[in-house]
Design a protein around this ligand. Sequence first.
Ligand code: FES
Ligand code: FES
Length: 161
Amino acid sequence: MSKKLVSMTINGKKVEEAVEPRTLLIHFLRENLNLTGAHIGCETSHCGACTVDIDGKSVKSCTHLAVQCEGADILTVEGLAKNGVLSAVQEGFHQEHGLQCGFCTPGMLVRSYRLLQENPNPTEAEIRAGISGNLCRCTGYQNIVKAVQYAAKKLQETAQA
Ligand code: FES
Ligand code: FES
């Protein structure tokens, strides 16, 4: 199958690659770019393990073709920490033990990051609704909610400082 040139920005870096038109974004990230943080769970848009941020929206990267992302600005879990410093959501998941096996965690982190951009002071119900597209088989969600609450507080404190 003939390849198409696609260019996009990923975690602040310009990327240009030739891909087959059928290549899913999750496969492009993992196989072409070695960005293996986003996981492949269901490949049917149910689990959210593959969640990345595209142009400021949480997107399940198993539902997008790489060629659809021409010109897009993409953030993956690898781009959350800056200069070796964990982002607020990463710190929250660490401090509140918001994971067990960790399989859902990259998607949860990227989704939680966007949730707090959209709503910096969410209620518990809003957090639960906000992450409802991301499934976790281990934690029962309680500590994930606490992790997002931790991150919200941290971001507010940082903004006030
Ligand atoms: S792998 Fe994309 S939603 Fe499950
Ligand atoms: S920590 Fe195992 S699936 Fe969420």
